[in-house]
Write a protein that binds this ligand. Structure first.
Ligand code: SF4
Length: 372
């Protein structure tokens, strides 16, 4: 990807700003943002947009604190879904040649969580390439949640679709966040995935919300979608009963052999500045959410990442690998944080809903349900 100074904005699928709405034309209360408001925010001159995003950010978060997460793949590859950007899909494995792996043993996951904590992460995210967890997988993931929480880390999982009952089981174990990305707009979605519907994604997010787990749901920009699609995706977040607490804004890492990776490699990548705009608009419209830099950071310069934090991002993934794609190096991140004067946030794990209780006299085992 080109460096910041060599980028010409806009690229083919980016629209030229037309409205030049001023920040004062757009209401401050997030619940009042209409689709037109979101479009007007995208159209603001970049410096006006960044100023507004940074102002909103400082009203809701400590200005120079970032939340740091580490992501581990606990079951890799051969996924039955056909997400067009993903090397883990079994539909693309003939081309991507990704080696599938079985479930990772619990002790290996715990060892990785300990390393993540020691290197400064406050949240440990575990991802499995499943359509949904099977019933036989549930005791495994519940054990992982309890063990990782026992280390004092926040926990996050991304396991595919969840039934209401599965969401409840994860909540009872104390899971802090569940990630399930919408990926894009409803209308562009059919270009991205065909094996699960947009409404199924929204259903899983509703089950997660209902269970009391914090919702993590983001997008991937640069998959060939238009700015209208990016506007619609932000609008979709605001149509939820409450915006997700955590919103990863990914920049596509084009992987050769995946349909969308091949398309972007052939047609050209989206301007990094359009990704920055998407972060800024997300920050303004979802002021209390953590806006996370995820995939795509590896190829960005320090200046581009600094601009993303200026746009209101306050969370990022740490570690040399994001599931199966590369990530910015840990030593590089530590240097970047020192250079920018950023400090890590502390973990604030939620208590499990249900605690095991053993009667001291009879030895009878029961469960205590804790109030939310
Ligand atoms: S993004 Fe997730 S659900 Fe989609 S193919 Fe990859 S692992 Fe499977």
């Amino acid at each position: 990807m080109a460096g910041l100074l060599s980028i010409t904005e806009p690229s083919d699928n980016t629209q030229t700003p037309t409205a030049f709405a001023t920040a004062s034309d757009i209401p401050m209360t997030p619940t009042t943002y209409s689709r037109e408001d979101i479009a007007a925010l995208f159209d603001l001159p970049l410096m006006d947009l960044l100023l507004r995003a940074q102002t909103v950010h400082r009203e809701h978060f400590a200005a120079n604190e970032v939340q740091i997460s580490t992501l581990l793949s606990i079951k890799t590859g051969n996924c039955p879904e056909d997400c067009g950007y993903c090397s883990q899909s079994g539909h693309h494995r003939d081309k991507t040649k990704l080696q599938a792996e079985k479930r990772l043993a619990v002790d290996k996951v715990i060892a990785a969580a300990k390393r993540a904590k020691a290197s400064g992460s406050s949240r440990f995210c575990m991802g499995a390439a499943w359509k949904h967890p099977s019933e036989k997988d549930m005791p495994y993931v519940v054990e992982l949640i309890k063990e990782v929480k026992g280390l004092g880390l926040e926990t996050c999982m991304t396991l595919g679709m969840l039934s209401p009952n599965q969401a409840e089981q994860l909540s009872e174990a104390g899971l802090d966040y569940y990630n399930h990305n919408l990926d894009t707009s409803r209308s562009y979605y059919e270009q991205v995935v065909s094996t699960r519907t947009y409404d199924e994604r929204l259903d899983t997010l509703a089950h997660v919300r209902q269970s009391g787990i914090n919702v993590c749901s983001g997008n991937i920009v640069g998959m060939g979608e238009s700015r209208d699609d990016r506007i619609d995706w932000v609008h979709e977040l605001l149509k939820m009963p409450k915006p997700p607490e955590s919103i990863p804004v990914n920049l596509l890492v084009p992987i050769a052999g995946t349909p969308l990776g091949d398309k972007v490699i052939a047609e050209g990548e989206l301007s990094v500045l359009e990704w920055i705009r998407t972060i800024a608009v997300t920050r303004i419209c979802c002021p209390s959410s953590y806006v996370r830099l995820s995939a795509g950071r590896e190829s960005l310069s320090d200046a581009e990442q600094a601009l993303a934090f200026m746009a209101g991002a306050n969370s990022f993934f740490y570690g040399d690998k994001l599931l199966t794609t590369g990530n910015a190096s840990q030593s590089g991140d530590q240097r970047l944080m020192r250079t920018l004067g950023l400090t890590p946030m502390y973990a604030k794990p939620r208590a499990p809903k249900v605690l095991p209780v053993v009667d001291a006299i009879s030895g009878h085992e029961s469960q205590m349900v804790l109030a939310e």
